[in-house]
Design a binder for this molecule. Structure first.
Ligand code: APR
Length: 262
C-alpha cells in the first residue's frame, strides 16, 4: 500500500534549522547574502561556509531556487528560494510564490533528495498574507507530491502557534477534498505491476499518470486503466525502457469516460 498523503506532507510548529531533512528551504533575498528572519537563522546555524558558497551563486531571481550544502545544519542541503514581496496581489505574487515551492521541490527531486522542509515563504518581511500564502504552499506541494513519488516527505514548518493552527486547518480541508492523490497512487501501483510482469520500465511514468488520473474516478477505473495499459504493452511486444505514446494515453483516457464499465 503506497504511503498515504498524511505520511508525505505534514505541518509542524518549530525552528526549520533543527529539521533533520535532506534539504531545508531558505526564504532568501535576491542577493543570497543572508538577512534576517529565517534567512538569518539558517546562516547562523549553518556557519560562515554557507555564505561563502552563496557568494559563488550569482544571486537568485524571485520564484527561482538554488542549492548549497547545509554545512553545520542537520539538513544536508539548503535550497535557497526568493519569495515575492507582497504588493497588493495584482503583481503576480501568487504565481511567483507557487514557483518558489515548485522549483524547490523540482530541485530536490533532481538532486535525488527525498525529504524537504519549507518555512512560510514571504509571510514575514515580505508581507504576504499568511492564509493566502499557506493555501498556495499546501496546494502546490500536494499537487507536486501527487505526481512525484520520489519526494517522500515534505514538512511545512510554522513559526508560532497561530501560523501552525492556520496551516493545519487549511491542510485538513485540502486533504479531505483531494481526490487526485489516491487515484494517482493507484495508477502508480498498476504501472509498477505491469513493469514487473513484463520486465520493462515506463520512461514517462509521470506523464502517464497525469494523463489518466483526471478520468480515474475510483479504484475500479484505475484497474481498468491498468488493464488497458497492460494489454497495450503485451500487444506492442515492447521491452526494456518504454515510452507510452500520447495517442495511446488519450485512447485509454477516452475509454474511461462516463460510459466505461469494467
Ligand atoms: N524556522 C521556521 N520559520 C521561521 C524561522 C525559523 N527559524 N524564523 C522565521 N520564520 C518564519 C517567519 O515567522 C515567517 O513566517 O519564516 C517566515 C518567513 O519570514 P522571513 O524570514 O521574514 O522571510 P520572507 O517574508 O520571505 O522575507 C524574506 O527577509 O530575512 C530576510 O533575507 C531575507 O530579504 C529576505 C526577506
Amino acid at each position: 500500500m503506497p504511503p498515504g498523503i498524511a505520511d508525505r506532507i505534514v505541518v509542524i510548529e518549530g525552528d526549520i534549522t533543527k529539521q533533520k531533512m535532506d534539504a531545508i528551504v531558505n526564504a532568501a533575498n535576491p542577493s543570497l547574502m543572508g538577512g534576517g528572519g529565517v534567512d538569518g537563522a539558517i546562516h547562523r546555524a549553518a556557519g560562515p561556509e554557507l555564505l561563502k558558497e552563496c557568494r559563488g551563486l550569482g544571486g537568485c531571481r524571485t520564484g527561482e531556487a538554488k542549492i548549497t550544502w547545509g554545512y553545520r545544519l542537520f539538513a544536508r542541503f539548503v535550497i535557497h528560494t526568493v519569495g515575492p514581496v507582497w504588493k497588493g496581489g495584482n503583481a503576480g505574487e501568487d504565481e511567483l510564490l507557487e514557483s518558489c515551492y515548485r522549483n524547490s521541490l523540482a530541485l530536490a527531486e533532481l538532486g535525488n533528495l527525498h525529504t524537504i522542509a519549507f518555512p512560510a515563504i514571504s509571510t514575514g518581511a515580505y508581507g504576504f498574507p499568511l492564509e493566502r500564502a499557506a493555501r498556495i504552499a499546501i496546494t502546490t506541494v500536494l499537487r507536486f507530491i501527487t505526481y512525484h513519488p520520489a519526494i517522500e516527505k515534505v514538512v511545512l514548518v510554522c513559526h508560532g502557534n497561530a501560523a501552525y493552527d492556520l496551516y493545519r486547518d487549511i491542510m485538513e480541508g485540502e486533504i479531505s477534498s483531494n481526490r487526485d492523490y489516491g487515484m494517482a497512487q493507484a495508477l502508480f501501483s498498476h504501472l509498477s505491476m505491469i513493469e514487473m510482469t513484463h520486465s520493462i520500465r515506463f520512461r514517462n511514468r509521470i506523464e502517464i499518470v497525469k494523463a489518466l488520473a483526471p478520468a480515474v474516478k475510483n479504484d475500479t477505473y484505475a484497474l481498468s486503466a491498468g488493464i488497458s495499459l497492460n494489454t497495450w504493452v503485451a500487444m506492442a511486444g515492447v521491452q526494456g525502457e518504454v515510452t507510452v505514446p500520447r495517442e495511446i494515453l488519450d485512447r485509454i483516457r477516452e475509454s474511461l469516460g462516463p460510459s466505461s464499465t469494467v
